[in-house]
Write a protein of this length. Structure first.
Length: 265
């Protein structure tokens, strides 16, 4: 397993990835790369999830409940990133703009959502559209937790627009687009996108998830469901977690890797 390096690279998939050195790091004085102000910050070290992830790959518990620790924010300029000691040149510019100032000050949004939206804005300004989509989806997760369904639906729609504005998506990411559309109650778009993906003969695990999505879309079910409801029992492939198959690039793919993460539970 590669060592986790929190940041946009990992945010491009589904937030922090579990690593071997999980647990709370000690707070340290960190100098903001945008304004130079020092503040006490903690670098997040993700722990492996034990529960199954949602269909949009929001991690299971206990990682699920740690979103408040995923991003650092400078108390002076408001810059947001997994590590504010580093900043893309375009990010430095973005923090000074009126839209960024408005995002971090908008008290009608849940505070944690604001932080992810501010990070999404910075990522979008650096041209990292898929990472911006991920951070926007995370803002929706925080809105789910804050019981703000209208905001969560709107931000899922924004996340889909960012995904589609970026480079072509692979089958696994397209499933997440379908899930975001379903949960945003954009059922027609969700059904069309799911149908195109199903017709493209995707890998078995993706096909299983997309079949569940199609059933939920037909029922106009916009609720949360986990990968566990879509995949066959782990016993079906007892050796999948061992041997070379797991390391081949044409191997089991993200869904299989994910399933192994919570098989223990
Ligand atoms: Zn700062």
């Amino acid at each position: 397993m590669s060592r986790p390096t929190p940041g946009p690279f990992h945010a491009a998939r589904n937030g922090p990835q579990p690593g071997p050195r999980a647990g709370a790091a000690r707070p340290a004085d960190i100098r903001c790369a945008v304004c130079g102000t020092s503040s006490r910050q903690t670098r997040f070290r993700p722990m492996p999830p034990e529960g199954a992830p949602d269909l949009d790959l929001r991690p299971g518990e206990p990682l699920r409940s740690t979103m408040a620790a995923w991003l650092q924010q400078c108390p002076h300029c408001g810059y947001v990133a997994p590590e504010i000691a580093h900043a893309h040149p375009a990010a430095i510019e973005a923090v000074g703009t009126a839209p960024f100032r408005a995002l971090i000050a908008d008290s009608t949004h849940p505070p944690l959502s604001r932080r992810f939206l501010a990070y999404a804005y910075v990522l979008e300004e650096t041209g990292a559209l898929h990472a911006a989509a991920e951070a926007t989806l995370q803002a929706a997760w925080a809105a789910d937790d804050a019981r703000k369904p209208d905001l969560a639906r709107a931000w899922r729609g924004d996340a889909v627009a960012l995904w589609r504005a970026g480079p072509p998506l692979d089958a696994e990411q397209t499933v997440r687009v379908v899930d975001a559309l379903r949960r945003a109650e954009a059922f027609d778009d969700a059904a069309n996108t799911a149908g195109q993906l199903a017709a493209s003969h995707p890998p078995e695990a993706v096909a299983g998830v997309i079949a569940l999505e199609q059933r939920l879309i037909a029922l106009e079910d916009s609720g949360r469901h986990t990968v566990a409801s879509a995949l066959p029992p782990p016993s079906r492939r007892p050796h999948a977690s061992h041997g070379s198959i797991a390391r081949r690039s044409t191997g089991p793919g993200l869904w299989e890797r994910l399933r192994r993460l919570w098989r223990r539970s």
